[in-house]
Design a binder for this molecule. Structure first.
Ligand SMILES: NC(=O)C1=CN([C@@H]2O[C@H](COP(=O)(O)OP(=O)(O)OC[C@H]3O[C@@H](n4cnc5c(N)ncnc54)[C@H](O)[C@@H]3O)[C@@H](O)[C@H]2O)C=CC1
Ligand SMILES: CC(C)CC(=O)C(=O)O
Ligand SMILES: [Mg+2]
Length: 356
């Protein structure tokens, strides 16, 4: 089983390091790890944020563990050379169209939520975000109008087939969870969303056991803080899913807690090929200070164990280790505590070794 490890920039290497220590503690047979450059560090070393050899390494692997990319020093580069293009490029090139972002309140963290504890306690939802389309991947540009004013434009687009395949993933996920699916769009204004909604309704006919509802994204953002317990599985496009998942993270307590799995259609001999990363970015404001919470990346590793390695028991062990550390009061700065990334990693590893 080959895992490509792409730590990236900022806190990426700091959180991936701790996840790798957890993987090491599991002592799994037959694992081979390869490490590659991605993001700003790759641009500095190779002149491109996603060098061909990194892409080849990811393609040759059975799974990818990814940290984060982005560095303020690159914010004025031509767009195709910016670090963020590396993760967009990996998602596109590897056909990873389904991004699973679970958000659940951990016992003991109810008071860290931006919401009242009795509201936060109810959160157990899964955002299924489409990852290969939408305004992130449409044509874009900056043009100068006749009056001399600059104008930026980005094309938002979804085809029926793109919506159909993510809808199937979401309905199947909802079926395994609470049997309820909320499709989030902006069909009252956007034609892209009209095609999205029509197609989700069509696919829904194949899942009569799943209760489907539709919600406009502005209302969804409001409902997520008003009564997040109403959501079971949420399916939405690339842009809305990006925003709502950061919002969901603070309903749970910290962006340093939310993992993700990005999956496509490729199967390996071990399970689904996938890329696993925390939902947060490279956090330049805290990089290099040992302040990053590595739990989101450790929980992403658990998703890797589940989806790409077929090791459900190990995945559950890692998730339990994180949950029990939090219940014991292990807290980084993001949760009002003082534990460093390393100390959080130590705690999770120690806890893991006590769990059978
Ligand atoms: N998948 C990726 O690689 C992503 C990359 N980015 C990039 O990351 C850079 C920074 O973006 P921001 O908008 O600041 O978002 P961010 O997610 O990196 O940080 C937002 C805030 O959350 C905090 N934070 C994030 N992760 C944390 C963790 N594990 N522990 C404790 N605190 C944490 C940061 O300190 C910051 O205050 C940009 O270049 C952006 O483009 C942003 C999101 C995703
Ligand atoms: C950095 C972007 C390309 C995407 C993003 O913010 C995300 O996937 O969460
Ligand atoms: Mg994001």
């Amino acid at each position: 089983m080959k895992i490509a490890v792409l730590p990236g920039d900022g806190i990426g290497p700091e959180v991936v390091r701790e996840a790798l220590r957890v993987l090491d503690a599991l002592n799994l047979p037959g694992l081979v790890l390869f490490e590659g450059d991605v993001g700003a560090i790759a641009y500095q070393r190779h002149g491109h944020p996603l060098p061909q050899e990194t892409l080849d390494m990811a393609r040759a692997a059975d799974a990818v563990l990814f940290g984060a990319v982005g560095d303020p020093s690159c914010d004025n580069l031509e767009r195709h050379l910016r670090p963020e293009q590396a993760i967009l490029g990996l998602r596109a090139e590897l056909g990873l169209f389904a991004n699973l972002r679970p958000a659940t309140t951990f016992t003991g963290l109810e008071h860290m939520s931006g919401l009242r504890p009795e509201i936060a306690r109810e959160i157990d939802l899964l955002i299924v975000r489409e990852l290969n389309g939408d305004v992130y991947f449409g044509d874009k540009g900056i043009r100068t109008r006749d009056d001399g004013e600059r104008e930026g434009w980005d094309m938002m687009c979804y085809s029926e087939s793109e919506v159909r395949r993510i809808a199937h993933v979401a309905f199947r996920a909802a079926r395994k969870r609470g049997g309820r699916l909320t499709s989030v769009d902006k069909a009252n204004v956007l034609e892209t969303s009209q095609v999205w909604r029509d197609t989700v309704i069509e696919v829904g006919k194949e899942y009569p056991d799943v209760a489907l509802e539709h919600m406009y994204v502005d209302n969804a953002a409001m409902q997520l803080v008003k009564s997040p317990g109403q959501f079971d599985t949420v399916v939405t496009g690339n842009l809305f899913g990006d925003i709502l998942s950061d919002q969901a993270s603070m309903c749970v307590g910290s962006i340093g807690l939310l993992p993700s799995a990005s999956l496509g259609e490729r199967q390996t001999e071990y399970g689904a090929f996938g890329l696993y990363e925390p939902i947060h970015g490279s956090a330049p404001d805290i990089a290099g200070q040992g302040k990053a919470n590595p739990m989101a990346t450790i929980l992403s590793l658990a998703m890797l164990l589940r989806h790409s390695m077929g090791r459900e028991e190990d995945a559950v062990r890692v998730e339990r280790a994180v949950a029990e550390c939090l219940a014991d009061g292990v807290r980084g700065g993001d949760l009002g505590g003082r534990a460093t990334s390393r100390e959080i990693g130590d705690s999770v590893v120690s806890k893991l070794l006590t769990l059978s």
